[in-house]
Design a binder for this molecule. Structure first.
Ligand code: CDP
Length: 203
């Protein structure tokens, strides 16, 4: 049975953490689609044409070192505005969603463009301050030397670019449920998401 859970939302909203935990809970596969754009953006920083990079992306590219850095995140958001880059990544994402056994995909356009028929669509968000604090803590824990203000600026720039682009902009699908985790612990946000999926699963 193919059962797709689409999770979208702004930068550092907790989509990946929630997506991974929901997938683990139900035994579904999980795809962090941001990694596709990060891997493409990283290739652009190495002077590869981004459209070529997206067309030639391999699964092993998603495991590359340092895809989580803010520099790569900015490059990801720039290549993500190129329609041919997005086009090159559609089939991989749809094939992942259609696999048997259930799939969770998180990104910006999963509920709107990649899987518009997904039976569960979540739009995960949190206040700008909460998102910046959480991402800052994550990056510092991974050894990055970065200030809270720099992280907040990375998120602000990316959200503005991701929301304003013409192709597949960041926005909630009309039928998405919004999960605002500003005042929740990550455990509460995960439990809320699991309860929503539970209700939507076929008997
Ligand atoms: O983890 P975080 O929310 O900071 O970012 P991400 O999900 O790894 O995505 C990095 C960038 O890739 C975003 O800022 C978007 O520009 C782009 N992206 C996209 O356009 N569409 C997706 N489905 C996923 C990511």
């Amino acid at each position: 049975m193919a059962f797709t859970i689409a999770i979208d939302g702004p930068a550092a909203a907790g989509k990946g953490t929630i997506g991974r935990a929901v997938a683990k809970h139900f035994g579904f596969a999980h795809l962090d689609t941001g990694l596709l754009y990060r891997a493409t953006g990283r290739r652009m920083l190495e002077d590869t044409d981004p459209v070529e990079a997206a067309r030639n992306l391999r699964a092993s590219d998603l495991d590359a070192e340092n895809l989580r850095s803010p520099e790569v995140a900015q490059a990801a958001s720039r290549v993500a505005a190129i329609p041919e880059v997005r086009e090159a990544l559609v089939n991989f994402q749809r094939a992942f969603a259609a696999r048997g056994g259930g799939a969770v995909l998180d990104g910006r356009d999963i509920g709107t463009v990649i899987c518009p028929d997904a039976p569960v669509k979540l739009y995960v968000t949190a206040s700008d301050e909460v998102r910046a604090r959480r991402r800052h803590a994550e990056l510092v824990a991974k050894g990055h030397d970065i200030s809270l203000a720099e992280v907040a600026e990375d998120l602000r720039l990316r959200d503005a670019r991701d929301s304003a682009r013409a192709t597949a902009p960041l926005k909630p699908a009309e039928d998405a449920l919004t999960l605002d985790s500003s005042d929740m612990s990550i455990e509460q946000a995960i439990a809320t998401a699991i309860a929503i999926v539970e209700k939507a699963l076929p008997e």
